[in-house]
Design a binder for this molecule. Structure first.
Ligand code: BMA
Length: 374
């Protein structure tokens, strides 16, 4: 090949790489954050990373025992994605709304980053207008925290705490650890104060943009990828109704849970499959990363659910990851909550089969993908 052509090709390749880099919502994102974005885009075609909320902190029947993980104990492998939750950080509480100490959480985050796994963080933020929980849908809350609103100042002090948390996450070389931040999740439902019935699409978009701009430009937080995420949805229009814009989003996803007995298997497969098809179409058009941001079937009461239902629902899809919700265990005399099997649970053998499928990526394979490197 002639020298001129070589130069031309090299310049082209560099431009192409830069243009891919430029797609993170935060144009000043750290090198590792931009690399995570680019690498997740590529990796989604080679398997779906399996994730679990609060995985290392507790499981069914245990809490804070080093090395333990229900995913590891039932499948023999650790997850590739770890979900954590900031609710109550805004109140300066030492533990989050599910009792996880923020100090321990930071330790787990540093530990899994070193192993090459991915971190995503949600925020069931209290209602800034009433001081009650995220599930207090007092009318006018979103309007009250937008600029000019009576609680805007309070809300920014809460964002200061989120910023301090994110900026305290550092890797071995002092580099900031990239996090997929997922605020205002399930925003087309009406159970949270930022939900559909409690604000207009425009107000939600403004809230999302304000939050991101504040963290990025006022607080200099540059280690975040932003995840926009709905609950179940029926059409692309519904999905995008409250989308804050391509310049504010890196990951797009939705949350879906199977409910009822195993007769609900087929509808769950069909709906998940259909929704993922819509999600991938939107992600491709916008060059965003598609992910299943939360899923689960509480107490997994079907021995073959993992390979027969979950793997089938995701079979024709190229998404970056799927995050199972938390293994809270026995919450009260009447209520148990867990979404991945513990050792010996009814679906554990089948879950182990899932962890061996090429379709899924657990910690060992994720490490080889070197998601934070060029
Ligand atoms: C919900 C439940 C709650 C928990 C909340 C925030 O879905 O698991 O018990 O407090 O998520 O993590």
């Amino acid at each position: 090949m002639k020298k001129g052509i070589v130069c031309f090709c090299l310049a082209g390749a560099m431009l192409l790489r830069l243009s891919v880099f430029a797609q993170t919502a935060d144009k000043q994102a750290t090198k590792e954050t931009k690399l995570l974005f680019v690498n997740l885009q590529k990796q989604k075609n080679n398997g779906i990373m399996f994730g679990h909320q609060d995985d290392l902190a507790y499981g069914v029947g245990w809490k804070y025992q080093p090395g333990r993980s229900d995913v590891k104990e039932s499948s023999e492998q650790y997850p590739a994605v770890y979900g954590w939750e900031l609710g109550r950080l805004e109140l300066d509480a030492p533990v989050n709304l599910d009792g996880v100490p923020f100090k321990k959480m930071k330790g787990y985050i540093r530990e899994v980053y070193k192993k090459g796994s991915v971190i995503t963080i949600s925020w069931h933020v209290n209602n800034p207008l009433t001081g009650k929980t995220a599930w207090d849908p007092a009318p006018g809350t979103v309007a009250a925290i937008l600029p000019g609103g009576e609680k805007n100042q309070l809300y920014t002090t809460w964002l200061d705490k989120v910023a301090a948390f994110m900026l305290d996450l550092k890797g071995p070389k002092g580099e900031l650890i990239p996090v997929i931040f997922r605020p205002f999740h399930e925003l087309n439902g009406s159970w949270f104060w930022w939900g559909k019935s409690h604000c207009t699409p425009d107000q939600l978009k403004q809230l999302y943009r304000f939050t991101e701009t504040y963290l990025r430009d006022k607080k200099n937080v540059h280690n975040l990828l932003y995840a926009y995420n709905t609950d179940r949805f029926a059409t692309e229009e519904e999905y995008l109704e409250r989308y804050p814009g391509d310049d504010f989003v890196d990951v797009i996803g939705f949350d879906i849970y199977q409910k009822g007995d195993i007769l609900a298997n087929d509808p769950f497969i069909a709906e998940t499959d259909r929704s993922l098809t819509m999600l991938e179409k939107i992600a491709a058009a916008k060059t965003k990363i598609p992910a299943l941001t939360e899923f689960g079937y509480n107490a997994v009461p079907d021995a073959a659910w993992w390979t027969n239902v979950f793997a089938r629902a995701l079979k024709n899809h190229a998404i970056a990851y799927a995050l199972a919700w938390r293994n809270a265990g026995q919450k009260s005399a009447e209520e148990t909550e867990f979404y991945v099997p513990y050792k010996g649970q009814l679906s554990a053998t089948d879950f182990k089969r899932l962890a061996l499928m090429n379709q899924f990526i657990f910690e060992n394979k994720a490490r080889k993908n070197k998601l934070y490197q060029q």
